[in-house]
Every structure is written in structure tokens, then in C-alpha cells.
Design a protein around this ligand. Structure first.
Ligand code: SAM
Length: 293
């Protein structure tokens, strides 16, 4: 049982809610145009590597209804959750560096924010191996973005600051210990790496996703989902403290931290309901790297 990622770095709620927004059907055409996959006449076999709790996998299943999709991740909690949410999709607990599939199995492999955590020869090499000749590898990665909190959320009191000061050193140690982000590459290194590890006809595309609750085009339901996705990320950050820094923060302090998070986000919802614009935003730039076997 491996739950390192979900315990230490990003919990189920953090990934599931944020990715459900980023891979919403609102952006279906944008993604489909960048992926450039024709599934009209074929029973495509698609593999998502490092699928986490499966939000992108579920979107892919809606966007490519003729495809046969499998999601793999090595975190047991993510795979259990993903399988529960979407029992019609096959989710497999597996390591991306030793995929449990035969050579030449898939038409498409895809991943989102996974490449930077896995040694490139293994990451690209395994996908090259399991792809059919002519198969497509899609590597999605978050690039620079803009993230602005509403004032009611950004403001940290001395109690919160003191807790995060206490925990910070341990969080940094965990990131290093588990090689999180260790293989990150910039926008020119990534295509070069893909070519080096055997892919051809490489191309890049960049997509912006603008999540701004106060935009007139954002429905009330979407605005609540955006605010509550951030709330969940903040709660999960508190919940990971006993894993990253065991014994450093008391149970009573953790309860107070969660209360503080909820007060801030309740306030943000209240301001939204009153029509008091905050213009907090989360704008992500996603790179879509595409190569052929
Ligand atoms: C930043 S998260 C992204 C998850 C998911 N793609 C998403 O966007 O929500 C990175 C994911 O890669 C997975 N991962 C990291 N190294 C892995 C490996 N060697 N094999 C399989 N999964 C791995 C982690 O468990 C985690 O779910």
C-alpha cells in the first residue's frame, strides 16, 4: 500500500477538485484541438500515466466516448477513489517506470503534471514501449500561471504564521526525499527530451485556463466550486502536517488551523453572495507536448 503522494503532497480533494475545474467540459474543444486525436472510427486504447484521483481520466472518457481508457498511478488511495468515482473506467495501481502492459498496446498515452517527478529515460521509455507504432504521447505540464487570493484569504494571523514556520523545514525535506519536481524541465528542454528518448513529429501547444469567480461568465455554481477547491487545498495542507512533521503540531492546533481556513473561505463565499467583487483568480498555462512513436 503506497499513499505517499496523497498523505504528504496533494490529497485526493486537492487534486480532484482543482482538476475537475481545469478539465471541465467548458474547455473540451481547446484540449481536443491540442491533443489532435481522431477517435471517430477506431476503438482507441488510451493510457493515462499518473492519473491521481482520475479527474482527467473521467474527462477523457466523456471527450473520447469510443476510446478504451486505463488510468494508472502508484498511490493506492488515488486509485481506490478513482475506481469508486468512475467504475466504468479501469484504474490500475502501477508504477510508471515499470508499466504492467505489453509492448505496442496503446494508441495514446497521456499524463498531467507527472513527468517532472519521474526519471526521463523511464518516463518516456516506458510510454514509447507500450505505444503502438504511430501511437501518440501527450505530456501535459503546468507552466507559469497567475494565482491571486482575495484579501480575506491571503491574510495570515500570527498563529498561522507560527505553525507554518514550524512545519516548513519538514515539508522541504519531504519534497527532497521523494524527488518531487526533481526532473522538471523548461519549455525547450521538454521537446528535446522527448526526441532524445525516441519520439518524432514533436509539437507543442499552450492553453490558458482562467478560473475567476467574479467574471460575469462564471456561473454561481462554478464560482462556488472554484472557491471551495481552494478551501479543500488549504484544508488538505493542514491535514498533511501530521505526515510531514509528525508530533510538531498538536491536535488542538490542527483543529484551530482548520477552523481558521473555513472562516476565511466562508467569508469569501459571503462576499461573493453579496456581490462584493474580489477579482481573485487562478490562471494556469498548460503546455501540451505531443510526439509520435
Ligand atoms: C502532481 S500529481 C498529478 C496527478 C494527476 N495527473 C492530476 O493531474 O491530478 C503527480 C502524480 O504522479 C504520481 N506518480 C509519481 N511518480 C509515479 C510513478 N513512478 N508511477 C506512477 N505514478 C506516479 C503520483 O502518485 C501523483 O498522483
Amino acid at each position: 500500500m503506497n499513499t505517499i503522494w496523497s498523505d504528504y503532497f496533494q490529497n485526493i480533494g486537492t487534486l480532484y477538485l482543482s482538476r475537475t475545474l481545469r478539465f471541465s467540459d467548458v474547455y473540451k474543444e481547446k484540449y481536443q484541438s491540442a491533443f489532435c486525436i481522431d477517435d471517430t472510427n477506431r476503438n482507441l486504447k488510451m493510457l493515462e500515466v499518473g492519473c491521481g484521483p482520475g479527474a482527467l481520466t473521467q474527462s477523457l472518457a466523456r471527450w473520447y466516448p469510443n476510446a478504451d481508457i486505463i488510468g494508472v498511478d502508484r498511490d493506492t488511495s488515488f486509485i481506490d477513489f478513482a475506481a469508486q468515482q468512475a467504475p466504468q473506467i479501469q484504474f490500475v495501481e502501477a508504477d510508471a517506470t515499470a508499466l504492467p502492459f505489453a509492448d505496442n498496446t496503446f494508441d495514446v498515452t497521456i499524463s498531467n503534471t507527472v513527468q517532472e517527478h519521474i526519471e526521463p529515460a523511464k518516463f518516456f521509455g516506458e510510454q514509447l514501449r507500450v505505444l503502438k507504432p504511430g501511437g501518440i504521447c501527450l505530456v501535459l505540464s503546468m507552466r507559469r500561471g497567475v494565482s491571486i487570493d482575495a484579501d480575506c484569504i491571503a491574510e495570515e494571523n500570527s498563529f498561522e504564521q507560527e505553525i507554518w514556520d514550524r512545519v516548513n523545514r519538514y515539508s522541504q525535506e519531504a519534497l527532497q526525499k521523494y524527488a518531487v519536481g526533481q526532473y522538471a524541465m523548461n519549455e525547450s528542454e521538454l521537446p528535446l527530451a522527448m526526441e532524445k528518448y525516441g519520439f518524432r513529429q514533436i509539437s507543442t501547444e499552450y492553453l490558458t485556463i482562467n478560473l475567476t469567480p467574479d467574471n460575469p461568465g462564471t456561473s454561481k455554481e462554478q464560482a462556488y466550486a472554484m472557491i471551495n477547491a481552494h478551501r479543500q487545498t488549504a484544508i488538505d495542507a493542514v491535514n498533511s502536517i501530521p505526515h510531514t512533521a509528525p508530533g510538531i503540531v498538536s491536535e488542538e492546533e490542527l483543529i484551530q488551523m482548520r477552523e481558521r481556513v473555513n472562516q476565511k473561505y466562508d467569508k469569501r463565499i459571503e462576499l461573493y453572495d453579496k456581490g462584493s467583487k474580489q477579482w481573485d483568480t487562478s490562471m494556469s498555462l498548460t503546455m501540451v507536448l505531443r510526439g509520435m512513436k
